[in-house]
Design a protein around this ligand. Sequence first.
Ligand code: FAD
Length: 308
Amino acid sequence: TYDFLVVGGGPAGAAAAIYAARKGINTGLVADRFGGQVSDTMAIENFISVKATQGPKLVASLEEHVREYDVDIMNSNKASKVKRNEATGLVEVSLENGAVLKSKSVVLATGARWREMNVPGENQYRGKGVAYCPHCDGPLFKGKPVAVIGGGNSGIEAAIDLAGIVEHVTVLEFADTLRADDILVRKANSLTNVTIITNAQTTEVHGDGTRVTSLSYTDRGTGEHHSLALAGIFVQIGLMPNTEFLQGEIELTNRGEIIAGSRGETSITGVFAAGDVTNNPYKQIIIAMGSGANAALGAFDYLIRQDV
Ligand code: FAD
């Protein structure tokens, strides 16, 4: 039995494990893939105090730091269910391999994933012009033309944000109207370097082998094919929290994010949550790490108040 078990090995989970282990409590970490989204990231320039690094390098440092402590790391293991056993007061985390881990407290830090366009060229040019995070990669496209795919709130927010950095932003929305709030649409329409195209189905990302050069789309009204010359494509069609295995067990928002309080507490006693999987609005490495530390301290506060 653990005192503290983290589910997830991204920046949130790693921070939670280190904070817990430093309290001298029996700590475990189970992760499908240690490193999480950071493993898929090329350049990171907004991890404060580190001017520039690469995802795999940061993941190696994360792992090295966690291994500095007595943390039982179970990598390549996926959780399939989380439930509190009212009789024992322990939280039970079932794994896909059939094992059941028991812990007095649990931090869920299973992160999220960006919804992809699923068009040819997207994977080939990921990190080479195809981007998902304007806060992260916007400055890489300074003075260049880019597209934003998706006209919901995140797409229009991205377009407004990018318009201050890049040469020109073209927003492509699949539906015939934008789903973003009016105030955002008005703001985007007021900007001279933002063009919004509705009824546009992106069909392919093109490049020169090393970088994105253009994008093709079909006008769903007329059926005409078009091409846009671009340096970057920001895909903003949804961020999906990894909570499928928690459905019905824990309180989630309508977008599937775990509802976490100011100490990371969730609707299950003894279960805390941190990072991109929660309803915290901003999804960044530094925020996920702070959130992991916060949830670990919340869990520790909970543990010291339990009857012995
Ligand atoms: P994640 O990193 O998503 O980690 C989740 C962890 O949970 C993983 O270990 C995963 O394997 C595990 N997991 C999931 N489901 C289960 C399960 N059922 N059982 C067990 N384990 C499970 N942020 C920045 O600040 N700067 C950047 O430059 C930047 N660039 C980015 C570029 C890309 C391409 C992407 C995708 C994201 C980028 N981000 C960036 C965002 C940043 O990576 C995330 O905000 C951060 O990784 C969130 O950390 P997390 O620990 O909450 O979740």
